[in-house]
Design a protein around this ligand. Structure first.
Ligand code: 4NP
Length: 160
């Protein structure tokens, strides 16, 4: 059985496709690619079908991470398909929790930065969309740290 992980932000063009790509590269580096299904989605439909933001793609490319995704909105089926759903910020977590409270299935829905060892409680991945390139670099650093923590958490929880 594969472990399935979904990253969620608002537009699914900046933060969550980056988290998807960073997490995938970590999983591949640890030789676990065939043990995971990894995807991302947005709580909005603002950018459905769009490619990732050019700033996300270029910032990640500098760090050797390729970001390829077509934006999509979170669907009800995602809550039965995924084992771990990671929200980038509190507003997106709140939107997900509204659905999760009605489920009987155990799906772990958390803020991604819960797994960032340097983050305080309730820390978010800030939305870089309306800022400059520097914001995208900072977001990449936060996401990479949190994704390392998330992978360690999942490996420990699942005995991998
Ligand atoms: P994301 O960033 O949620 O990280 O993909 C955003 C992308 C688009 C918008 C807001 C945030 N928007 O308002 O269109």
């Amino acid at each position: 059985m594969r472990t399935s992980v979904l990253f969620v932000c608002l537009g699914n063009i900046c933060r969550s496709p980056l988290a998807e790509a960073v997490f995938r590269s970590l999983v591949e580096a640890e030789g676990l690619a065939d043990r995971f299904t990894i995807d991302s989605a947005g709580t909005s439909n603002y950018h459905t079908g769009d490619s990732p933001d050019a700033r996300t793609v270029s910032t990640a490319a500098v760090r050797g991470v390729r970001v390829e995704h077509a934006a999509r909105q979170v669907t009800p089926e995602d809550f039965s398909r995924f084992d771990y759903i990671l929200a980038m910020d509190a507003e997106n977590l709140r939107r997900l929790e509204r659905v999760v409270s009605k489920l009987d299935r155990a799906v772990e829905v958390r803020l991604l930065r819960e797994y960032d060892p340097e983050a305080e409680d309730s820390a978010e991945v800030p939305d870089p969309y309306f800022g400059g390139t520097r914001g995208f670099e900072d977001v990449h650093d936060l996401i990479e740290r949190a994704c390392r923590g998330l992978l360690a958490h999942i490996r420990a929880q699942r005995g991998m």
